[in-house]
Write a protein that binds this ligand. Structure first.
Ligand code: GAR
Length: 198
């Protein structure tokens, strides 16, 4: 069985979309894949309850507990890596995971680490993507599923979805339109990745 580990920080709607696709498309039978765990760096992430309600295993690695270490980012990433490795993952999926990962972590999982980013990469890496797209006068926005490399929000693109920017859009209304597309392309990209790469 191919184990998928999903990392979240917040609402977990992409995680839920992936979990629904796994059930509806019977990934255990068709892909020999299952979601082995959903891991959050925030104990109060809304997605944890959604995952538990869907019968998924959940775990928390709270990044704030590493704040007093000499190198908090590396200390957090080491424990996160060990936690993920305990599920022997074929694929690690970042789904609204809002921590920048250390190069050591990324290299450890490189080739089996995917991310979704709410812009049409390579435009607008980083934060506040929707406001930046509005400020730039973009007529179109979207989302990108990509393999994670050590350069933030770069790496081979696996899928993109495009939405129009409307005249009265705010960052919130644009984000909501993009998010509906994220929920379509992320499960599809994971399915295609598992079919072709592993
Ligand atoms: C999504 O829009 C995702 O693309 C974005 O956070 C949101 C999470 O929503 N990710 C990033 O900005 C990563 N840099 P969700 O928790 O409901 O899936």
């Amino acid at each position: 069985m191919k184990n998928i580990v999903i990392l979240i920080s917040g609402g977990g709607s992409n995680m839920a979309a992936i979990a629904r696709a796994a059930v509806q498309q019977q990934w255990e039978q068709t892909l020999h894949a299952r979601i082995a765990a959903v891991i959050s760096n925030r104990p109060n992430a809304g997605g944890l309850k959604i995952a538990a309600d869907m019968g998924l295993t959940t775990q928390v690695v709270d990044h704030t507990e590493f704040a007093d270490r000499a190198d908090p980012r590396t200390a957090f990433d080491d424990v996160l890596r060990q936690t993920i490795d305990s599920y022997e993952p074929t694929l690690v999926v970042l789904a609204g995971f809002m921590r920048i990962l250390t190069p050591g972590f990324v290299v450890h999982f490189e080739g089996r680490l995917l991310n979704i980013h709410p812009s049409l990469l390579p435009a607008f890496p980083g934060l506040h993507t929707h406001q930046r797209a509005l400020d730039a006068g973009c007529r179109f926005a979207g989302a990108t599923v990509h393999q994670v490399t050590t350069e933030l929000d770069h790496g081979p693109i696996l899928a993109q979805a495009v939405v129009p920017v409307l005249a009265d859009d705010t960052a919130d209304s644009l984000a909501a339109r993009v998010l509906t597309q994220e929920h379509l392309i992320y499960p599809q990209a994971i399915e295609a990745f598992l079919n072709s790469h592993v």
